[in-house]
Design a protein around this ligand. Structure first.
Ligand SMILES: [Zn+2]
Length: 227
């Protein structure tokens, strides 16, 4: 089940060929809009097949009498006080399994696998993005995988920067620093102040970035041609 806010059958037909094909292979049902039409209530409707009076999630936050406070964005699945679709499906077929990815009320759930945002708040006031997962080992695997990717991206960026600076230094020796490698116009001082190693004027940089994004390695070619 995909939960996409505002996605109507008409939008699937007109703009989502893959989803349309998927829907075509099964069934497409329409539902009456959730009330209140807010994230937590609507998602709980879909998770239980009931309305707020059946599952108790009356909004994104509600008044806790014991604490005398309105508590928003609570995460325990136990707050959805009705059987969930995976529990009903499991009762029909014990081999049924279900993963709940990033829906609300996704902690301490009876679902087989869950992943949900859960920032860490260290004592120094920072907020660090993080996730809660069940089984707990899944978090370590995701963190390891994503951290590795982030580290590789950072390393990539740093080595590119180092190369750019080295090339700028050799242009400084030639006396061509500050001349755009593409159009050979002078790079405006304002840009050089911000990026002293700039190889292109802003206009050419945008062109080069577009070519780069398309997978064309024009920067190195023209740099070598210029060298
Ligand atoms: Zn230029």
């Amino acid at each position: 089940m995909l939960n996409v806010v505002g996605l109507t059958a008409d939008l699937i037909r007109r703009g989502a060929p893959r989803l349309a094909q998927w829907a075509h292979s099964g069934t497409l049902a329409s539902i009456d809009a959730a009330f209140p039409a807010v994230t937590c209530s609507a998602q709980s409707d879909y998770l239980t097949g009931l309305r707020a009076d059946g599952h108790g999630v009356v909004g994104n936050g509600w008044y806790e009498r014991a604490e005398c406070e309105i508590r928003f964005w609570r995460q325990s699945n136990k707050l959805v006080q009705a059987p969930k679709i995976w529990e009903l499906a499991r009762a029909e077929d014990p081999s049924f399994t279900c993963a709940n990815m990033f829906w609300w009320f996704n902690m301490y759930s009876s679902v087989d696998v869950s992943v949900t945002p859960r920032p860490m708040y260290p004592a120094d006031g920072r907020k660090l993005p993080d996730v809660y997962t069940s089984p707990a080992s899944l978090r370590d695997r995701l963190q390891q995988q994503l951290n590795r990717e982030v580290a590789i991206r950072n390393l990539d960026r740093e080595s590119r920067l180092l190369k750019d600076v080295q090339k700028a230094l050799s242009r400084a020796e030639d006396g061509t620093l500050g001349i755009c490698l593409r159009c050979e116009e002078e790079i405006p001082e304002k840009r050089l102040k911000a990026v002293p190693w700039a190889a292109y004027c802003l206009k050419c940089q945008e062109k080069v970035d577009r070519l780069h994004a398309a997978g064309v390695d024009i920067a190195d070619e023209s740099l070598e041609a210029a060298a």
